[in-house]
Each structure stands twice: as structure tokens, then as C-alpha cells.
Design a protein around this ligand. Structure first.
Ligand SMILES: [Fe+2]
Length: 238
């Protein structure tokens, strides 16, 4: 695997240091809780390319946080569950999920403007270097996943990646991530609560697939309940 990463064509758009993993953990196991990629994808060739992609993508994430590697794993799990229900191409979905945020750390550092576009560019070079056939499908799903992006999802797989990414911002995990983001940016609780009203509670209306719409509604209700409850606690009522 190390050899493979060394062979990946580098240029100025992919800072080499990002690809050097500091802790040297090279486990190929997907650590998504209770979810194994093999339960969704049986084809050995598909599994091999997914595992190589996982290893490649992991290297871009130097630290955890709201958009760390664990977010990628959750998006992958959501994509598998939604994709199975919607009869989507699970191989394309898995690759797009693993690669969708690889340029996010670069955007956070101010090195690139749009992580979706940049992730798509890096993904294209990487998948081409593997001789992968459905590069365009994966790339489109990556470039169209962004909340405020100019490229809208046209394919079922792109719609599912977009849905999965947004679902990870709602529900109990959404609540956890809002306050994690608040901590990362020195925000107070009130500012985080405004973020629920301005963004999080609107996400359920942005889902594309029927499966995600149902999941979003369930997660949305939980967030609504949480916001009501915390408001009452802040007011000293309970
Ligand atoms: Fe994401």
C-alpha cells in the first residue's frame, strides 16, 4: 500500500505532506460501527479498489473534528444503507463517499477555495491512476455534494452522497457535531443554537431520495426536541 501511495502522481495541487500519514496506522479495516463494507459489496475486485481508496483517502485527514475521518465513515455507512434501498451503484457510492471530503483539510487551511471541486480533481487523478472505469460517475458525486455548491447532483449516486452528507448533520450526531464545531471555533452555546435554526433544521427539505427523506424526518424531530429542551433548561424552567 505504501508503494502505491508513492506511485500516485503528485503535483502542486496535492501537497505531498498531506499524503504522509503521521501515526503510521495502515489498517485496512473500515471502522464504521457495526458496518462492514463486505455486507454490502461482495465483488472481490470492487472490494480491492474500495480498500485501496480507503487507504489513500485516510491520509488526507491529519486530525479528527467535525469533518474528520469519522465523518467520512458515517457518510459511507449512510451511502451503503440508502444506496441498497434505492438500488444505486454501491461501488461508485463507496468510492465517492471515501473521497468526497479529502480536500476539506486544505480548505480549512485556506489552501483551496472549494473542497468539493478540489476533492473531485484529486479523486479523478487517483482513480485514473488505478485504471478505474467509472471515474466520471464518482467525480460527479464528489463535486456535487456540497451544501451551497454550484454543481447540482444529476445522478442517483450523486444525490445519495449529497443526502448522506446532510444526514450526518441532523439527528443526535448532528447535535454532537454542531457543538464540536462550536468548540473548534470558540462559539458560545447561543450561537450554536442559532445555527440549528439557520441551517440544521432546514436540511430535511433538501433531501433528494425517498429513503433519505424518511431518515431526515426522524432525525429532524430529534433535533427539534433537543432545541426545545435546551431552551427550557437555559430559561431555568426545568
Ligand atoms: Fe462531508
Amino acid at each position: 500500500m505504501k508503494t502505491f501511495i508513492k506511485n500516485f502522481p503528485m503535483n502542486e495541487e496535492t501537497p505531498e505532506k498531506i499524503l504522509v500519514r503521521k501515526d503510521n496506522k495502515n489498517s485496512l479495516e473500515l471502522k464504521v460501527i457495526k458496518m462492514r463494507i463486505e455486507d454490502f459489496i461482495k465483488n472481490e475486485e470492487s472490494l480491492a479498489i474500495i480498500k485501496r481508496t480507503e487507504e489513500f483517502a485516510k491520509n488526507f485527514f491529519e486530525r479528527e473534528g467535525t469533518h474528520g475521518w469519522s465523518h467520512v465513515e458515517r457518510v459511507l455507512a449512510l451511502c451503503m444503507h440508502i444506496g441498497r434501498e434505492e438500488n444505486a451503484d454501491l461501488e461508485v457510492l463507496a468510492l465517492a463517499a471515501l473521497l468526497h471530503d479529502i480536500a476539506r483539510p486544505l480548505e480549512d487551511k485556506g489552501k483551496v477555495e472549494d473542497h468539493a471541486i478540489e476533492s473531485a480533481k484529486i479523486a479523478r487523478r487517483f482513480l485514473k491512476s488505478l485504471g478505474y472505469e467509472k471515474v466520471d460517475d464518482v467525480v460527479h458525486a464528489i463535486e456535487a455534494h456540497r451544501f451551497n455548491g454550484s454543481i447540482k447532483p444529476q445522478t442517483l449516486e450523486a444525490k445519495i452522497v449529497s443526502d448522506a452528507d446532510k444526514l450526518d448533520a441532523i439527528g443526535a450526531i448532528g447535535v454532537a457535531r454542531v457543538f464540536m464545531y462550536g468548540g473548534e471555533h470558540g462559539r458560545d452555546i447561543e450561537t450554536s443554537l442559532k445555527h440549528f435554526e439557520e441551517k440544521i433544521l432546514k436540511l430535511k427539505d433538501l433531501m433528494h431520495t425517498e429513503t433519505a427523506k424518511k431518515m431526515a424526518l426522524e432525525r429532524h424531530r430529534y433535533v427539534e426536541e433537543f432545541v426545545k429542551r435546551i431552551r427550557r433548561e437555559i430559561e431555568g424552567e426545568i
